[in-house]
Design a protein around this ligand. Structure first.
Ligand SMILES: [Zn+2]
Length: 124
């Protein structure tokens, strides 16, 4: 429910759906979460259970259904911005569309580059 389903180290912090690299943080209960890199949002604009905060030691925690304090900002799980997933609830949060669109473009470019490199003759 809180999207803390990232691959554990030493696996790379790559989204299994779109293969983009995200910010992986440990949680206080042993799971890992992928947070959208560089994205901080006003907490009241983020759906309950998707508001993440990162403590000074890098451990991430989810505020669950608690209402954010006025002016609070939070991190957003990559899953909400992932172009490889369609979440019905995400449709309610239009401001994320631009982030997902940009990620879709990046994921496509990355896939194109991988396909191109895969076609190159092995000159090693
Ligand atoms: Zn993704």
């Amino acid at each position: 429910m809180d999207c803390a389903d990232a691959p554990n180290p030493p696996a790379p912090p790559i989204c299994p759906q779109c293969r983009l690299v995200s910010d992986r943080h440990p949680t206080y209960y042993g799971a890992y979460v992928l947070l959208e890199p560089g994205l901080t949002a006003p907490a009241h604009m983020v759906p309950a259970w998707h508001r993440w905060y990162v403590d000074a030691d890098g451990t991430a925690w989810n505020s669950g259904r608690d209402e954010p304090t006025p002016g609070a900002e939070c991190r957003v799980p990559h899953r909400l911005a992932c172009p490889g997933l369609t979440l019905e609830e995400v449709g309610l949060w239009r401001w994320l569309d631009a982030v997902r669109w940009e990620n879709a473009r990046r994921a496509q470019r990355q896939a194109d580059e991988e396909a191109f490199l895969g076609r190159l003759p092995d000159v090693g």
